[in-house]
Design a protein around this ligand. Structure first.
Ligand SMILES: [Zn+2]
Ligand SMILES: [Zn+2]
Length: 640
């Protein structure tokens, strides 16, 4: 019998017989652990405790105390859901039902399930949990499984794909019900402490829009009711911050069907915020010595062939036929900027050359992936491309990281930083990769940035630093990026003349401070729950005349706030109602003007945190506003 080496989480190793199961190894470590084993993780992948170990591998035993236990529990909950559904709708065809980061879903066909039906299914699930059925692993021949699923094209597809070549295949059974499945599962349905079905949506089979549309039911499960309660409360709070909801309420943007999927329209309020965001990065770019350039939205595909995008990216591009010649909407701004650089003869003394453009790009994402502003077909990158000598990489990256973190700290965002290093397939010499990676590391280390190294995750053309933003739901979104590129200068034959009078290749740096401006906008909407800081707020100040008699004075006061976005509430409402509406509209400051204020030539100030001060001098308030806006302070703080 040959043996294989198993590496345990503490770094120790164990030699076991080839074909030994996860459970066998657990028993070998100790009988207690053997009995407690629920599942295993082989090289990070969650597997059943019956899974055999066929090669050298890293193994983690999963017990009730492991982080992965909840995933196993949720996987069993998907089975409980499917069984409950088939009890109520016996003709339901089951497709796949995986666990996710915060719960599970099951894709099903031939059903009639709407939001209103979830309660009844949930009740049936509770019965199954209360009955505490054993969950047993069953093996069946491939032929038998194929026959069982004669009327279920999805399970047949799973047999072809996920279970390709396996015979026998495994099922999991509870009570009189079973499902084709590799596991793992908890031992009995009663181990599920609490379940909840959350919502219903449509999904394409295998995420491909050419396939059948299935019904996807989302749910979640926890060890206890208390944990479920906490989760549901957090979810409600996050829903209140959903950028699609706030986007509608504050009239920031819309994505109507008529304009096409993933093609957002920015309304005046949303455009105001986006403009302010762009002005902010423009200012940072100007201070850091960038020159602004502008390129069109479409180019001949010759350009995309030269840059290499046509070969690697054509499926995501929008192509157009113009007078028998092919053009493409730009998915990236870099080729345009590289072409601009290539039109000039550069000396080593001219470098670095830094170009900036807030350029709209177009990428054909799968329709099923589009959602609000998080994934769209058209978005703006606050793009920058630098052309530098190899010895300038470190200083430039340092300055870019400084700019990125100025933005992050300004908004007090939670981020994750990662350094992605050389992949197996890559271009450029060992020497330049080593030099580039060590310069990136040195910037991160000396700057005191916390980061993960994603070994081998760099682009084929160079290493990169990626920064992800966390949103209100704890999801991470692609944000700023700094990428070194040895390839594009080759493709575009970019050169500069060195001090040795020879021609040299510059290194190109791609960078963005926000990433996608629209996605950053989304993160900010949820981060602030629509309560934007003064400098971003679409409406910064609202003047509330106590009665129509004070309208004239209201207009005179408004004139004192030139340069601010100020509206006068002139509807025939009580002051109380006017204040309430301003709160709902999330306006940072209200100026209340009645007879007293008019007689004294002063104003009363309220803020959206319901604080109030009477008899304020207009000049004093204006001076405060200038400081709060120019320093981009987070919260209205005049009344602090
Ligand atoms: Zn399963
Ligand atoms: Zn680029």
């Amino acid at each position: 019998m040959s043996s294989v080496t198993v590496t345990l989480p503490d770094g120790s190793t164990l030699s076991v017989e080839r074909g030994a199961t996860v459970e066998d190894v657990a028993y070998e470590i100790g009988p207690g652990l053997g009995r407690d084993t629920v599942a295993g993780k082989l090289d990070g992948e969650l597997v059943a405790k019956e899974a055999p170990i066929e090669e050298d591998v890293a193994l983690e035993i999963v017990t009730e105390d492991s982080d992965a236990y909840r995933s196993v529990l949720r996987h069993t909950a998907t089975h409980v859901f499917a069984q409950a559904l088939q009890r109520l709708q016996p003709d339901a065809n089951l497709a796949i039902g995986p666990y996710t980061d915060d719960g599970f879903y099951y894709d099903v066909a031939n059903v009639d399930v709407e939001q209103d039906d979830l309660e009844a299914i949930e009740a049936e699930m509770r019965e199954i949990i209360a009955a505490d059925y054993d969950v047993e692993r069953v093996e069946r021949s491939r032929a038998e499984a194929t026959e069982m699923y004669a009327d279920n094209p999805y399970k047949l597809d799973v047999l072809e794909e996920e279970a390709a070549g396996e015979d026998p295949v495994t099922f999991y059974r509870q009570d009189d019900w079973e499902d084709l499945c590799k596991g793992p599962h908890v031992d009995s349905t009663g181990e599920i402490g609490a379940v909840s079905l959350l919502n219903v949506s449509a999904a394409y089979w295998r995420g491909d829009e050419d396939n059948d549309t299935l019904t996807r039911v989302y749910g979640t499960a926890f060890e206890s009711e208390a944990e479920l309660e906490t989760f549901l409360e957090q979810r409600e709070a996050a829903k209140e911050r959903d950028h699609r909801k706030i986007g509608r309420e504050m009239e920031l943007f819309s994505i109507p069907d008529v304009t096409g999927p993933g093609l957002p329209l920015y309304h005046p309020n949303g455009t105001t915020v986006l403009r302010e965001l762009e002005d902010y990065v423009d200012e940072l770019n100007r201070e850091a010595g960038y020159d602004f350039v502008e390129t069109p939205h479409i180019f001949r595909t010759e350009l995309w062939k030269q840059s290499g995008h046509y070969d690697n990216y054509v499926d995501d591009m929008f192509l157009l036929d113009v007078n028998d010649e092919e053009y493409g909407l730009k998915p990236m701004n870099c080729p345009g900027h590289a072409t601009i650089f290539g039109q000039t003869n550069w000396s080593y003394r001219d470098l670095p050359v830094r170009y900036a453009e807030n350029g709209k790009v177009y990428r054909k994402e799968q329709r099923g992936e589009l959602s609000g502003l998080s994934r769209v077909w058209a978005f703006t990158i606050d793009d920058g491309h630098l052309f530098v000598r190899p010895d300038q990489i470190e200083t430039e990256i340092e300055s870019i990281m400084g700019m990125i973190f100025e933005v992050i700290e300004n908004f007090d965002l939670t981020v994750e930083v990662s350094l992605a290093t050389r992949p197996e397939k890559s271009m450029g010499s060992d020497e330049i990769w080593e030099q580039a990676e060590s310069q990136l590391r040195s910037v991160l280390d000396s700057g005191g940035y916390e980061y993960d190294v994603e070994a081998g995750d760099g682009a084929f053309y160079g290493p990169k630093i990626d920064i992800g933003f966390q949103d209100a739901l704890g999801r991470t979104w692609d944000g700023p990026t700094v990428q070194l590129d040895f390839n594009m200068p080759e493709q575009f034959d970019l050169t500069y003349v060195g001090s040795d009078n020879e021609e040299h290749r510059p290194v190109m740096i791609h960078r963005a401070l926000y990433g996608s401006c629209e996605r950053f906008f989304m993160v900010l909407i949820e981060h602030f729950a629509g309560k934007f800081p003064l400098w971003l707020a679409p409406e910064q100040v609202r003047i509330l005349p106590v009665s129509d008699e004070n309208l004239g004075y209201a207009h005179r006061v408004k004139n004192e706030f030139d340069g601010y976005r100020v509206d006068i509430e002139d509807r025939d409402w009580t002051v109380g109602k006017k204040i309430q509406q301003a709160h709902e509209d999330k306006v940072p400051y209200m100026i209340v003007v009645g007879d007293d204020e008019e007689d004294a030539g002063t104003v009363s100030i309220r803020d959206r945190k319901e604080r109030e001060l009477k008899d304020v001098s207009i000049a004093e308030f204006r001076t405060h506003l200038d400081g709060e806006r120019d320093e981009k302070r987070d919260e209205p703080d005049f009344l602090e």
